[in-house]
Design a protein around this ligand. Structure first.
Ligand SMILES: [Fe+2]
Ligand SMILES: [Fe+2]
Length: 277
């Protein structure tokens, strides 16, 4: 039987109507080009969540608790993130043609998002989903700290809380399938590492490419431009990333004992800072 706390945990606590869209302070986003890229790329990826949901839904088709949560909560919330971020981009940077840039992104990205990209076992897929939600929770925490525009702070705060809640759900399902499948730590580590390597993957590259091309008509996009933009965005974001939180969420599925966790945290934090530098 579910209790009130569980019901609260499964429900989204905000809606787009809670945001005073016309109160945006354009002067606070004017000269932050990195913010434009970071928010617009996120809007593309979030609004395309239905491709992921279809994959996941088919993978867990006989587990109705999971499929119902994916269908009635998770997908709805991810799409809402995308729609609200899109609305924000259109308010903050009205010169940018979001629709046509997104069409280009969707046509290219949908080629990559296939069912066979999922992990070989359900416990590993749930561990991988924890990495994704850790990534998004960290991303919106960073955006929330980076932005000086109040409306964006409010929106990214809402989305961050949703992503943390998604993480908790996937973690709960991970534990279920880990026990059922008898998945050992080595297998879980492999799934975490595999998904972590994909965080900087095709979706970010393709999204950045289409955002750049739509905002720089006539210019060619190549890997040199991609690395330059990526470096600029990373530089702007690095000091606002919640490293401690990210690493704790990342290693939680490994179920390390508290002593080992205390030893691992500062080492991993240093490695993360080195990678981001
Ligand atoms: Fe999201
Ligand atoms: Fe999420």
């Amino acid at each position: 039987m579910r209790n009130a706390e569980q019901d609260r945990e499964s429900q989204q606590l905000w809606s787009p109507d809670d945001i005073a869209w016309d109160s945006i302070r354009l002067d606070a986003v004017d000269r932050q080009e990195e913010l434009f890229y970071l928010v617009t790329v996120a809007s593309f990826i979030e609004i395309t969540s239905d491709l992921y949901t279809r994959n996941l839904f088919e993978y867990f088709i006989d587990d109705t608790e999971i499929t119902q949560w994916l269908e009635h909560h998770w997908e709805h919330e991810e799409l809402q993130h995308g729609h609200c971020l899109k609305r924000y981009v259109q308010k903050a940077w009205p010169w940018f043609d979001w629709e046509s840039a997104y069409q280009g992104f969707h046509a290219e990205y949908s080629q990559y998002c296939k069912l066979d990209l999922l992990e070989p076992t359900r416990s590993m897929e749930m561990a991988a989903r924890c990495v994704v939600e850790m990534g998004t929770a960290s991303y919106y925490t960073m955006l929330n700290r980076l932005s000086t525009e109040p409306l964006l702070c409010q929106l990214t705060g809402y989305i961050r809380d949703d992503e943390v809640r998604h993480y908790k759900h996937f973690y709960h399902y991970f534990l279920r399938y880990r026990d059922r499948e008898g998945a050992g730590r080595a297998r879980v580590l492999r799934a975490l590492w595999h998904r972590l390597k994909m965080i900087d993957g095709e979706d970010g590259l393709i999204a950045l490419k289409h955002v750049f091309m739509a905002s720089h008509p006539g210019e060619t996009f190549d890997m040199r431009i991609y690395r330059r933009l990526q470096k600029r965005c990373r530089h702007a974001a690095a000091k606002y990333l919640p490293l401690q939180m990210s690493i704790k969420m990342l290693i939680k599925p490994l179920d390390l004992n508290p002593h080992l966790q205390q030893l691992a945290l500062p080492v991993l934090k240093r490695i993360a800072r080195y990678i981001l530098a």
